[in-house]
Design a protein around this ligand. Structure first.
Ligand code: CU
Length: 157
């Protein structure tokens, strides 16, 4: 059973790698969409630990949109986090209400700030791989946006 899940996850990753270009195209330039997702990337952490996903989500429409959830076949659990420093201590806070993006504005997911927390990797990833992450929004149709994230070295920003 567990073996089957790993194989399925590998197949999904391979398929997404093939589709990566198309997903990029949809995210980047679909002219009728008010949404853009730039530089989606996952920082590689070996050994099955959680990884962080970064990107810049732009809202080019005229009403607010809200990222409410993220999901990926390559990870058992994905949460929206923000790293905050309080009393000199950095800690991560789950963004229960998601992340709202005003018209003309963008949400920048970057180190020591907003990030996707990608937990329980389902397969062995390597730098250069592409993984699908479905971003779910309120205030835009369709709600679900499959985005191809590139796996980058943990040392990259
Ligand atoms: Cu986190």
């Amino acid at each position: 059973m567990k073996q089957g899940k790993v194989i399925l996850a590998s197949a999904v990753v391979a398929l997404v790698a093939l589709l990566g270009g198309a997903l990029w195209w949809v995210a980047q330039v679909a002219p009728e969409s008010p949404l853009t997702v730039d530089n989606p990337r996952v920082r590689m952490v070996p050994g099955g630990g959680p990884m962080a996903g970064y990107m810049e989500i732009g809202n080019h429409g005229d009403s607010p949109i809200r990222l409410v959830a993220a999901d990926s076949p390559a990870f058992g659990n994905v949460m929206i986090h923000r790293t905050v420093v309080r009393d000199g201590q950095a800690r991560m806070e789950h963004q229960r209400d998601g992340v709202e993006i005003q018209p003309g504005d963008s949400a920048v997911f970057k180190p020591r700030d907003l990030h996707l927390m990608l937990m329980q990797p389902q397969t062995e990833l390597e730098v250069g791989d592409t993984v699908a992450v479905v971003l779910t929004f309120e205030g835009i149709e369709p709600a679900d946006w499959p985005i191809a994230f590139t796996v980058v070295p943990v040392t990259s920003q």
